[in-house]
Write a protein that binds this ligand. Structure first.
Ligand code: PMP
Ligand code: GLU
Length: 394
């Protein structure tokens, strides 16, 4: 038996991927599972992007790319940052990676020393905490409340800061809560950070376009925050390109250079065909993918209406992404169909077993009172899934 490292033994398996794998397994056994666990658009990658990839293959793009990405892709990213976010980056500030997940892993690897603290407003995206721990950082979870739309307040930020605070990581629109920070809310957090010039902000904006209030704000838009904000983005969500694995950052030159060095020893440049396709994706205006966003909005209304009709599901109104994150603590301590529900994990497993619906426990996102339901599924699937959930809990 191989003796595995403490590093991997101490690491949690990604709960989103684990639940998706479990749902796939049950489906293969013939069970009629509706998978609402994975954050993955149910659309296909748009044809204009696919055609660019086919063209790249025919043009013999088959060699290693520059570690930090093709120059043409960096230029497309620069165009995108300027056009969509009013952010000015130069080529030396951009690094393309194998998904935003690798972008985040790079950031942790190049910035954290053992014991450095990273503030994670809860709920946070599932992998933040383990990426931080893997790099010997200490996640500092800060609870937020559903009544405050799961948003971090300036006072909470102030209270969480210690001499060891190195970074704060958050996503807006947020996975899993769907919350979107307004410009004023980000400014209020930035005001707190003014007193702590060494703290770096990691602003994960991968759901930027999946925003139903139409107002996306970036922390780096504030002149006084620009240098110490790493803006993370990618094409997985808005362009329905999860499997293509392209993410990117805009950062200070020093951080970008360090990420490139790290990536050069770990994976090299991202997939060359996918990079060529993303040049086309980013050079087009975001209106090309608006049809998907419109659908997500319709589904959001649908799922909220259906969930609000079930006793014990408390929801906020997510303003972006494609998740609802209901508080289901009403069921804790109750027995449903002979199963005692002690926590959100029990509840999520109960739904899998008795409703054949896959969700993800909120514990994985740092909030043990909630479950995450992805509505990146057809309206028929959403209607059927929530009907089954309602039956199972009644
Ligand atoms: N950040 C957030 C908030 C996410 O939900 C995800 C999930 N895909 C990622 C980063 C990573 O995305 P990817 O690696 O597919 O670019
Ligand atoms: N980000 C998606 C999710 O939260 C994809 C799965 C993953 O990368 O963990 O479900």
């Amino acid at each position: 038996m191989a003796q595995l490292s403490d590093r991997v033994l101490n690491m949690a398996t990604s709960a989103t991927l684990a639940m998706a794998a479990k749902a796939r397994e049950l489906k293969a056994e013939g069970k009629d599972i509706i998978g609402l666990s994975l954050g993955e658009p149910d659309f296909n990658t748009p044809d204009f992007i696919k055609e660019a990839a086919i063209q790249a293959i025919n043009d013999d793009y088959n060699s290693y790319s520059p570690v930090d990405g093709y120059v043409e892709l960096k230029d497309a990213i620069i165009t995108k940052f300027k056009r969509d976010n009013g952010l000015q980056y130069s080529r030396s500030q951009i690094v393309v990676s194998t998904g935003a997940k690798q972008s985040l892993a790079n950031i942790a690897a190049v910035l954290l020393n053992p014991g450095d603290e990273v503030i994670l407003p809860c709920p946070y995206w599932v992998s933040y905490s383990d990426i931080v721990k893997l790099n010997e950082g200490v996640p500092v979870e800060v609870k937020t409340s559903i009544d405050h739309d799961f948003k971090l307040t300036p006072q909470q930020l102030e209270d969480a800061i210690t001499p060891k605070t190195k970074m704060i990581w958050y996503s807006s629109p947020c996975n899993p809560s769907g919350s979107v920070y307004s410009k004023d809310e980000l400014r209020a957090l930035a005001d707190v950070l003014q007193k702590y010039p060494n703290i770096i902000v990691v602003s994960d904006e991968i759901y930027e376009h999946i925003n139903f209030i139409g107002d996306h704000a970036s922390m780096a838009q504030f002149e006084d925050m620009y240098d110490r904000t790493v803006t993370v983005n990618g094409v997985s969500k808005a362009f329905a390109m999860t499997g293509w694995r392209i993410g990117y950052i805009g950062a200070s030159e020093a951080i970008a250079k360090a990420c490139t060095k790290m990536q050069g020893q770990v994976t090299s440049g991202a997939n060359c065909i996918a990079q060529r396709a993303v040049i086309t994706a980013l050079n087009e205006p975001p209106s090309r993918v608006q049809y998907m966003i419109d659908q997500f909005k319709v589904r959001r209304e649908l799922i909220l209406n259906l969930l609000n009709d079930i006793e014990g599901f408390k929801t906020n109104v997510p303003e972006g992404a494609f998740y609802v994150f209901p508080d289901i603590s009403h069921y804790f301590g109750k027995t449903l169909k002979g199963k005692t529900i002690a926590n959100a994990s029990d509840f999520s497993l109960f739904l899998l077993e008795f409703a054949n619906v896959a969700t993800v426990t909120g514990e994985a996102f740092g909030n043990p009172n909630c479950i995450r339901i992805s509505y990146a599924a057809s309206q028929e699937q959403i209607i059927e899934a929530i009907k089954r959930i309602k039956e199972a809990v009644s």
